[in-house]
Design a protein around this ligand. Structure first.
Ligand code: ADP
Ligand code: MG
Length: 475
């Protein structure tokens, strides 16, 4: 690692808020960025794009939601030749969800760069359709290391023309035991390629990967700096046995619409879920053994504001890109201060304020001292007793999710569903929330007070000329 760019250096400090205009990007790409309303670069983009566009290998540290995708998508698209029908760029991601998110974002950025085919290759589905798509050729491949390795072993993926390899959320891939698969894949890539590695944290495995597969990488490290005004952080001292009930107390007092509650173990997640359900909260959890479809459904309900609380471990929650999170609750304090900073960085995004509430037993005090030292803050201690217990009304999410049978396969678009609800069915635009189209199902969020009637009218009417099966998801 040749060059360290410390977060305090003026080059980085002044980097945020800089315009994409100063980058060597094509006029069509500049136009796309304007259309997407990407007016200024995020700090990670400002720090890494000039280096990556100049051809350097990169080790970049950035948290979720910091705009990493564009930080690697712009360099790989700049180098891509649309007329050459061969895989020229490959992005490795830890999960199918992240691979889907990355694919979508690259598609958006590539829309005026000519006809560019992007394939997503992940496990959990059969190989054959993927092989068929590969035979038709692709410019960019996004996928999970295991599945990409399978394709390489069977000879269905050829990387001879590859000029950019991206490792996205590399630490997470290592957590999931992908080291050997990544190594296998990297060895199949041409030696002259550029490699861009993104990671939120730097466990030892990252250095090993970098030593083995990166050439003279430049290091871009942005310490996460949360402005105190955006994230309001409070610490509550609780006895260990009060912890789960304390989460309910916090929720009733602060009444956030969406809360991510972090536990250190899966057992703690299960226990908390039980306590919250018993008290009537709309809470869901995510864990590794869930089927992809169930996982999607949980994430969709949380993101569209029809579930108040998502209970998760750090591993299960990594990489989620959820806007509008009013609160993060640390049900357990994490032993790693970096993880703590990462957790609470999920609230108070953009222009919104957010609460970061931590429950601490006396034994956690040392951890808090370390965190406070790292964040350079004076921890604000509060007691549960100080919370008003007056508001006992149940905390109810504003929306309800209606799954509609039929999705991408039926060529459903969000507009079809919105049209059905606001047209024939007679609802207003304001009563309809987020609409998410997946392969076989379309999920629409509607205001809670019309959910029942919306199911009735949608079932009686038509979406895209077809009668559809609709129900309401209740948890
Ligand atoms: P990460 O991979 O770091 O979690 P993403 O690349 O998914 O983050 O970006 C997070 C969100 O920010 C996406 O919705 C993306 O479209 C948006 N975004 C990225 N860069 C910019 C920018 N420069 N200006 C405005 N929005 C941006
Ligand atoms: Mg990402």
């Amino acid at each position: 690692m040749n060059e360290i760019i410390p977060s305090a250096s003026p080059s980085v400090a002044s980097a945020a808020g800089r315009s994409f205009n100063e980058l060597p990007l094509s006029p069509s790409m500049q136009e796309t960025l304007r259309q997407l309303e990407y007016l200024t670069m995020t700090p990670i983009q400002a720090a890494s794009l000039p280096l990556a566009l100049a051809g350097h290998d990169l080790i970049a540290q950035a948290k979720t939601g910091s705009g990493k995708t564009a930080a690697f998508a712009l360099p790989l698209l700049t180098r891509l030749n649309p007329r050459r029908f061969a895989v020229q760029a490959m992005v490795l991601c830890p999960t199918r969800e992240l691979a889907d998110q990355v694919t979508q974002e690259i598609r958006r950025l590539a829309r005026s760069e000519g006809h560019i085919k992007i394939l997503t290759l992940c496990g959990g589905t059969t190989m054959r359709p993927q092989r068929a798509s590969l035979e038709h050729g692709a410019h960019i491949v996004v996928g999970t290391p295991g599945r990409i390795m399978d394709h390489l072993e069977r000879g269905s993926l050829n990387l001879e023309a590859l000029n950019t390899l991206v490792l996205d959320e590399a630490d997470r891939m290592l957590d999931m035991g992908f080291y050997d698969d990544i190594a296998f894949v990297a060895k199949q890539c041409p030696a002259g390629r550029q490699t861009l590695l993104f990671s939120a944290t730097f466990p030892e495995g990252i250095a090993r990967l970098a030593r083995q597969f990166l050439r003279k990488p430049q290091e871009v490290k942005l310490l996460e700096q949360h402005e105190g005004s955006k994230i309001r952080q409070r610490f509550y001292e609780v006895k260990h046995e009060e912890r789960l009930q304390a989460v309910a107390t916090l929720l009733k007092h602060y009444r956030p619409v969406s809360t991510l509650a972090f536990c250190n173990t899966r057992q703690q997640c299960r226990d908390l879920l039980e306590v919250l359900h018993k008290q009537g909260f709309h809470a869901l959890t995510l864990h590794g053994e869930m089927e992809q479809r169930d996982r999607d459904q949980v994430l969709i309900q949380f993101a569209n504001r029809s579930c108040s609380v998502l209970v998760a471990t750090d591993v299960a929650a990594r990489g989620l890109d959820i806007a509008q999170l009013e609160a993060v609750i640390n049900v357990d304090v994490t032993p790693d201060p970096e993880v703590h900073i990462h957790r609470i960085g999920r609230t108070g995004r953009a222009e919104e304020d957010g609460w970061a509430l931590s429950l601490c037993s006396p034994a956690d005090k040392r951890r808090i001292a370390t965190i406070a030292h790292m964040m350079d803050i004076e921890p604000e201690w509060h007691t549960l007793g100080s919370l008003q217990s007056g508001n006992d009304a149940p905390l109810v999410p504003p929306m309800v999710t209606l799954p509609i049978l039929g999705g991408r396969k039926e060529k459903f678009r969000p507009g079809d569903v919105l049209g059905a609800l606001t047209g024939e069915a007679g609802f207003t635009r304001e009563q309809v929330g987020k609409i998410t189209v997946t392969d076989q199902t379309t999920y629409v969020a509607v205001a809670r007070n019309i959910a029942h009637e919306a199911v009735r009218r949608l079932s009686a009417g038509k979406v895209k000329g077809k009668t559809v099966k609709v129900r309401a998801l209740t948890d």
